[in-house]
Design a protein around this ligand. Structure first.
Ligand SMILES: *[C@@H]1O[C@H](CO)[C@@H](O)[C@H](O)[C@H]1NC(C)=O
Ligand SMILES: *[C@@H]1O[C@H](CO)[C@@H](O)[C@H](O)[C@H]1NC(C)=O
Ligand SMILES: *[C@@H]1O[C@H](CO)[C@@H](O)[C@H](O)[C@H]1NC(C)=O
Ligand SMILES: *[C@@H]1O[C@H](CO)[C@@H](O)[C@H](O)[C@H]1NC(C)=O
Length: 328
């Protein structure tokens, strides 16, 4: 298995985009229980990945939570969410064995806190906070493990401009007040902005996305400083503007990996917050199954990025039951 520094070394000596065959992409024979797009996935340890919500190829919206066993590649339906969700974002909190899911549904706009019960293969969920008739879509969730708070960014309902950025603080006693709007920070409404928290630099990073007004694809990287609550636009830019927000955070190497499907070829972009390095690696073996709106989960023990479902331009036509992974 090639290690990350070696990949960078390869990147340095091979500038031709088609020369790289690293990293490898594997397509499983096992498939999802049904074709799904716009789903969200979280690795929860113990060789288990949870797959939350999504949309089927017949445009049916899902409230399902499936558990995927990496070892035998089987699926178990572990429960249902309090509403149908798709395009929303999630984060796993290991210390509490809880998945947070927010946005991506008209009936469940607030934050869903999903408690896992591994021994029984079941879940239970509660709805926290009250953001009113906001209908956040295309959200992503980042968990600040230092302060034990979550950040949610998504596109608010048309009639509520500027109401897409929230802080989730589970320590607040009144459940209704745990979600707090942070207004006046983002210059406009944005969708699908990938995010993660890095404890070394102690910042939340926001990468790419779409500025909703005018449909502008972004290559921007913002850093949110939780200590003084300021958002700073970094000088560094992503190699490609990205509108899909598929990111995983590899804490061990301090690297955020973003899947990006350019019109020419699929790539993995990377950003290292400590050194502020940005770059990309072409995925030569991904061409046939090029995709954007899947659920993506990082399995650190295996150094694999799992991707569930897929689609091309017209998501309602191209939901599939495909599962694949990128071996880093
Ligand atoms: C996957 O399917 C291919 C083609 O049918 C087959 O050759 C291969 O043995 C299968 N792999 C596993 C692990 O079942
Ligand atoms: C996953 O599958 C393996 C092999 O069948 C099994 O030993 C293990 O118990 C399963 N894990 C869970 C959490 O069900
Ligand atoms: C898991 O579910 C079982 C059965 O409802 C219950 O007895 C057990 O306490 C639950 N475990 C956790 C960690 O919630
Ligand atoms: C917030 O803190 C950062 C350092 O983390 C600093 O660069 C920035 O100037 C501070 N902003 C304000 C408004 O104090």
């Amino acid at each position: 298995m090639l290690q990350f520094p070696f990949a960078l070394f390869l990147l340095g000596i091979l500038s031709s985009p088609f020369a790289l065959s690293y990293p490898d992409v594997y397509i499983l024979n096992a498939t999802l229980p049904m074709p799904i797009t716009y789903t969200s996935a979280q690795y929860v340890g113990g060789n288990q990945i949870y797959i939350l919500g999504g949309v089927t190829s017949s445009s049916t919206k899902l409230d399902t939570v499936y558990c995927f066993n990496i070892t035998d590649e089987s699926f178990t339906l572990v429960g249902h969410l309090p509403g149908e969700v798709y395009t929303g974002g999630s984060a796993y909190i290991p210390s509490e064995d809880v998945i947070l899911y927010m946005g991506g549904g008209f009936r469940v706009p607030d934050l869903i806190r999903i408690s896992l019960n591994h021994s029984e293969d079941t879940i239970s969920s509660t709805i926290e906070g009250n953001i009113g008739n906001n209908d956040l879509m295309f959200t992503r969730v980042a968990w600040d493990s230092t302060r034990r708070q979550g950040y949610i960014l998504g596109k608010p309902y048309y009639e509520n401009p500027g109401q897409g950025f929230y802080l989730y603080d589970p320590a607040i006693e009144n459940v209704q007040e745990r979600l707090q709007l942070i207004s006046g920070v983002w210059p406009g409404d944005v969708a699908n902005v990938a995010s993660f928290y890095d404890s070394v630099t102690d910042k939340v990073y926001f990468l790419g996305g779409i500025r909703w007004e005018g449909s502008v694809s972004l290559d921007t990287i913002y850093a949110w400083d939780p200590t003084n609550e300021t958002l700073t636009l970094l000088e560094e830019h992503l190699p490609y503007s990205d509108t899909d927000g598929n990111l995983i955070w590899d804490q061990e190497t301090g690297t955020a990996w973003m899947f990006h499907d350019s019109t020419m070829w699929p790539v993995l972009m990377f950003f290292k917050p400590t050194t502020r390095e940005v770059g990309s690696i072409h995925l030569e073996h991904f061409m046939e199954y090029s995709a954007i709106r899947f659920g993506m989960a990082w399995v650190p023990e295996l150094r694999r990025i799992y991707m569930f479902g897929e689609n091309h331009e017209e998501w309602w036509l191209y939901a599939t039951d495909r599962i694949q992974y990128i071996q880093l």
